[in-house]
Write a protein that binds this ligand. Structure first.
Ligand SMILES: Cc1cc2nc3c(=O)[nH]c(=O)nc-3n(C[C@H](O)[C@H](O)[C@H](O)COP(=O)(O)OP(=O)(O)OC[C@H]3O[C@@H](n4cnc5c(N)ncnc54)[C@H](O)[C@@H]3O)c2cc1C
Length: 262
């Protein structure tokens, strides 16, 4: 079995600031981490790799420093790590990102299962996983938090409002992963980091390594335009009322009457 795990380096903060002029994320000065959803997906991929003697490749697109997350994945147990980095990819929206990742996956060739995080904690769109599946014309199962493989069949526990569904699919398939509330990512030992660095160097791929139409890449290939960025308008401070439940009901009825709701 061949597994590909999509991983993204993100700023170590959910409070990413936005440049009001360019409308892009300000990443400078913010330490970076592996997107937690991808960390969880990667751990699931490593578990499946061990259970099924699979080959696990991680793929990331980003600036040269994103090699850090590829190395982390290699020291955690991935067999192969690829960083897609080229000026031609800069300015990609989720559409162009999905296309570029899909073209790299086509170049990797064989795969049975592609895992992505449900979303990246900086961009927050949750579009890239489904976008890659669509580009590759693959079935997709989103919001998964447990995976099992039986022969050619993938069995996924998919979270839905108020519960979960069990979805089965013949591979190849793409799943987007969501971690449980209490999730503590695992980190490699010093020895694994050292061994991975010596035995499994990260591969750096540029535009030359994939077959892609230039006009579908980067800013030119991105149909999204950011018109305006502004912070959400803060709501006026509300009024607090104290009292017994019956007093509160009286107050509520009074307010609704004043507002002419009832
Ligand atoms: C007009 C425009 C210009 C932009 N320009 C830039 C830019 O110059 N530089 C920049 O960094 N961002 C840029 N972005 C943001 C970039 O498009 C998104 O970060 C990217 O498309 C992923 O979207 P997301 O962060 O919402 O991830 P989501 O769709 O929420 O991510 C879901 C999952 O997809 C996978 N995934 C997402 N992105 C990657 C990746 N890069 N590599 C591997 N796996 C991935 C991960 O598994 C992740 O958990 C731009 C966005 C717009 C709209």
């Amino acid at each position: 079995m061949e597994i590909i795990s999509l991983i993204k380096q993100v700023p170590d903060s959910t409070r990413v600031k936005v440049d009001p002029v360019t409308g892009t994320l300000i990443r400078a000065g913010v330490p970076s981490i592996l997107n937690p959803y991808d960390h969880f997906a990667l751990e699931q991929a490593i578990k499946l790799k061990k259970e099924h003697n699979a080959k696990l490749t991680v793929l990331s697109m980003g600036p040269p420093q994103a090699e850090e997350v590829v190395r982390l994945a290699l020291s955690l147990g991935a067999d192969r790590g690829i960083l897609l980095s080229d000026r031609a990819f800069a300015g990609s929206d989720t559409w162009a990102t999905s296309y570029t990742l899909a073209q790299a996956i086509r170049k990797i060739g064989k795969f049975d299962l592609i895992l992505a995080g449900m979303m990246a904690i900086d961009g927050d769109t949750a579009q890239t996983g489904p976008g890659v599946a669509q580009q590759l014309r693959l079935p997709q199962i989103t919001f998964c938090n447990e995976l099992k493989v039986e022969g050619k069949k993938l069995i996924a526990k998919k979270l839905i409002e108020g519960g979960h569904e069990i979805v089965e699919c013949i591979m190849p398939v793409l799943c987007t992963m969501i971690m449980p509330h209490e999730y503590h990512p695992s980190y490699p030992s010093f020895m694994s980091i050292y061994k991975a660095q010596v035995e499994k160097p990260a591969e750096l791929w540029s535009l030359k390594n994939i077959d892609a139409e230039i006009k579908l890449l980067g800013l030119e290939g991105s149909p999204t335009r950011v018109d305006k960025i502004y912070p959400p308008v803060s709501k006026e401070k509300g009024t607090m009322y104290n009292g017994s439940p019956s007093e509160m009901v009286e107050i509520l009825i009074q307010i609704l009457k004043e507002e002419e709701v009832i």
